[in-house]
Write a protein that binds this ligand. Structure first.
Ligand code: G6P
Ligand code: ZN
Length: 542
């Protein structure tokens, strides 16, 4: 027997969703009523869930299943018709997006703090996705936030937890609970998009592959797809078993946090192709033998070659990148005569372009690439598209890059992060910079001269919604650019991100930090980062 209970509560300050849902320290979420308040506010913010079908799943981090049990009890108490959950509460973010779409669900709740570490003293997160499979747009997250500020009670079903270990369908209170294999439908989609035979032939030829799942959710997906279906040697997927604290690591696929993979790929007898994915499986890193591919370059290469995969054989309708992502993809779009959109940071801004058929491929400097196959970025998808391209072109990653730069030129690019700066200091830095923008054009900055300076504002071409104050963008004469913004995903203090780029049409062999030295000097002159933060350099360089 189950009973529904209405519990009186009051607003908890600070439940405002950021770039990608609500992210907090896990212990914050574990406080009595904290998760419940936010979940009820989702239901209230989207106009109720009575009679609706939801997909629920997460990346398996600490508190994942406990949170899902609460969400199921609250969905049942609010009259949901059906909830579809990945077995043991597991769903990668792109697989959740796909399930929402293929099952015709009204929306979904995804539990993850993405690439942030997991554990009782680390991070947790929750976000709502719409019926198109994509993150809720700002209008909806604003309504959810507004509901958190007026909440007076939440509804929850009392009684035992649901059994999430057994696949199948059964009643849970008044609703139907459907527990599904988290991998099956996602793997079927990948088989439709890519030339599995070509990739299988490549792998059979002795080609060595290493995929680092970083103890996170893509392990089971990668083992099934890369090893079982494509025939990569057993063990090609490393750190393949998801763990609640990601093996104590930081599941962010970049050269800093995926150092083991980088070392292997730069060793003389290393594999031919390396890749990694993040906590919830939407980010990716691509690295060839001795050849790291920046996310911005990866997007450009995929845009230039996607038609080699069956799912994209008819060409791309357009491409989109976040504003801080390098302009490398713009050059591909221009050469191929397709539209290229620059959006604010955050995958949710791509949703309308994908839904409207204006863009097929999207990507961000933050290691996210994806297409209109789902409405999230998709780590394994990017790996498979790369493998498909390599298999057809019969080239190494380094050869593909060399050919790409020879055709389009090279956009040297790097991101410098200053982490856990005092919030006041970071806000003052940005405010001073914003205040100076009007006078910058024509001014010297280090050895460069400012051409234009703006606080990026985006008007969505589909629904006309406006997102302003999305980051300071300064262009220099001669084609260099810098973008400065504060991270929207951190849980402690502020992180200043400085995105640097410089185009070179002919000299492709430079060290990126060296090639970018004039831009680094110019941004210091304009923003005074060292003086204001007391830091002698960035904490992380990607
Ligand atoms: C998440 C979002 C991405 C976004 C990234 C930026 O991963 O899903 O779309 O690019 O956050 O985070 P930031 O910390 O720079 O706000
Ligand atoms: Zn992620």
């Amino acid at each position: 027997m189950t009973t529904q209970t209405r519990i009186a509560t009051q607003p908890i300050p600070g439940q405002k969703p950021g770039t990608s849902g609500l992210r907090k320290k896990t212990r914050v979420f574990m406080q009595p009523g904290y998760l419940e308040n936010f979940v009820q506010s989702i239901w209230d913010g989207i106009g109720g869930i009575a009679g609706k079908t939801l997909v629920v799943g997460g990346d398996g981090r600490f508190f994942n299943e406990a949170a899902i049990q609460t969400i199921l009890k609250m969905a049942a108490a609010s009259g949901a018709a059906r909830v579809i959950v990945g077995q043991n509460g597991f769903l990668s973010t792109p697989a959740a997006s796909n399930l929402i779409r293929v099952r015709g669900a009204d929306g979904g709740v995804i539990l993850s703090a993405s690439h942030n570490p997991g554990g009782p003293d680390e991070d947790f997160g929750i976000k709502y996705n719409m019926s198109n499979g994509g993150p809720a747009p700002e209008g909806v997250t604003d309504a959810i936030f507004a509901a958190t500020e007026t909440i007076a009670h939440y509804d929850i079903q009392e009684g035992p937890d649901a059994d999430l270990s057994v696949i199948g369908e059964r009643p849970f209170g008044v609703m139907t609970l459907t527990v599904v294999d988290p991998v099956a439908e996602y793997a079927a989609l990948m088989e439709k998009l890519f030339d599995f035979k070509a990739i299988r032939d490549l792998l059979k030829s002795g080609y060595q592959l290493r995929f680092d799942a970083m103890h996170a959710i893509t392990g089971p997906y990668a083992v099934e797809i890369l090893e079982r279906r494509l025939g990569a040697a057993p063990g090609s997927v490393v750190n393949a078993v998801p763990s609640p604290d990601f093996g104590g690591g930081h599941p962010d696929p970049n050269p800093v946090w995926a150092k083991d993979l980088m070392d292997a790929m730069y060793a003389p007898d290393g594999p031919d192709f390396g890749a990694a994915s993040d906590g919830d499986g939407d980010r990716n890193m691509i690295v060839g033998k001795g050849c790291y591919v920046t996310p911005s370059d990866s997007l450009a290469v995929l845009a230039a070659n996607a038609q080699l995969a069956p799912g994209y054989a008819s060409g791309l309708k357009g491409v989109a990148r976040s504003m801080p992502t390098s302009c490398a993809v713009d050059r591909v779009a221009e050469a191929r005569g397709m539209p290229c959109y620059a959006t604010p940071t955050g995958w949710k801004f791509f949703g309308n372009l994908l839904d409207a058929g204006m863009a097929t491929l999207c990507g961000e400097e933050s290691a996210g690439t994806g297409s209109d196959h789902v409405r999230e970025k998709d780590g394994l998808w990017a790996v498979l598209l790369w493998l498909n391209i390599l298999a057809v072109k019969k080239q190494s990653v380094a050869e593909v890059m060399a050919e790409h730069w020879a055709e389009f030129g090279r956009t040297y690019y790097s991101r410098h992060d200053y982490e856990a700066i005092e919030t006041g200091v970071a806000n003052d830095l940005m405010a001073a910079l914003r205040g100076s923008l009007g006078g910058l054009p024509g001014q010297a900055a280090g050895d460069l001269v400012v051409e234009s300076a703006e606080d990026f504002s985006y008007t969505d071409p589909v629904d006309g919604s406006v997102a302003s104050r999305q980051g300071v963008q300064i262009r220099f004469e001669g084609g260099a650019r810098v973008v400065l913004r504060l991270s929207g995903t951190g849980t402690e203090g502020a992180t200043l991100r400085v995105y640097l780029e410089r185009f070179d049409p002919a000299d492709f062999g430079q060290d990126p930090q060296g090639a970018l030295a004039p831009v680094i000097k110019a941004v210091e002159a304009l923003a005074g980062i060292a003086a204001r933060t007391g830091r002698s350099g960035p904490d992380v360089i990607t």
